[in-house]
Design a protein around this ligand. Structure first.
Ligand code: PEP
Length: 250
């Protein structure tokens, strides 16, 4: 059975003190869940977050990493560094990385390979932009994002991949894909995976929806057959909201 997952992408928010406070609030607000619950604070707060979550079922993810194992890449963080502090999940391909830091499919394929080689699990983000949806190209765009960054992988790598469909027009905009639009795309992703691999892989991979998920819309989105939880931005920064979204996932 596929896992339900709710992951909070904190982006470049919360300093050290604020991180500690939010984690403490989350520990109180989310005592248990059938879903896997993950938070992704900034790099500088990862180690401390892990310490504060010791004994809690809430897990910690990084928001990004470099593809190289080490070397002259000023300002970057490797998979090995993340692993060495106890972080074994990483978000890759977020639309903000693609838009503001020029990350393309070819670069992401290298990051994917590096993360898997280091034994990490990946939450891989992708999704179309508004003009691509308006022109009806969204399926084609999503298919090529998946194909270019992930379809070189062998089948057994997929046990360490979580997909996060995040239509760019719905991220941080307050505009959400309707539950039907999310379901339609998630079903398409599973069909694409079945064609590229097999139905075992397609049915086994968790596909999260991301894009302005809030306490008020989470339950309906998560109720769709092919939606296995969410990647949450803004609402993950407020303990009560994130807790309500986790509760909506079951
Ligand atoms: C995100 O950044 O992954 C995201 C889904 O953001 P938001 O929930 O704020 O739209």
């Amino acid at each position: 059975m596929r896992k339900k997952i709710v992951a909070g992408n904190w982006k470049m928010n919360k300093n050290r003190e604020e991180t500690t406070r939010l984690i403490s609030e989350l520990k109180t607000a989310i005592q248990k869940s059938d879903a896997e619950v993950i938070i992704a604070p900034t790099f500088v707060n990862l180690a401390e977050s892990l310490g504060e979550l010791k004994g809690s079922f809430i897990q910690v993810s990084a928001q990004n990493m470099h593809f190289a194992e080490s070397g002259a890449y000023t300002g970057e963080i490797s998979a090995d560094m993340l692993k060495s502090i106890g972080v074994s999940t990483v978000i890759l391909g977020h639309s903000e990385r693609r838009a503001y830091f020029g990350e393309d499919d070819a670069l992401l394929a290298k990051k994917v390979d590096a993360a898997l080689k280091a034994g990490m699990r990946i939450i891989f983000c992708f999704g179309e932009e508004l003009d691509q949806r308006k022109s009806g190209d969204h399926f084609k765009v999503v298919e090529s994002q998946l194909k270019n960054a992930l379809f070189h992988l062998k089948g057994d790598a997929w046990k360490n991949i979580v997909l996060a469909f995040e239509p760019v027009w719905a991220i941080g905009t307050g505009e959400t894909a309707s539950p039907e639009q999310a379901q339609e795309m998630h079903a398409f992703i599973r069909k694409t995976l079945t064609e590229a691999y097999d139905s075992g892989i397609a049915e086994g991979v968790s596909i999260l929806y991301g894009g302005s998920v809030k306490p008020g819309n989470a339950e309906e989105i998560f109720s769709k057959a092919d939606v296995d939880g969410g990647l949450i931005g803004g609402a993950s920064l407020v303990a009560a909201d994130f807790a309500a979204i986790v509760a909506a996932a079951g």
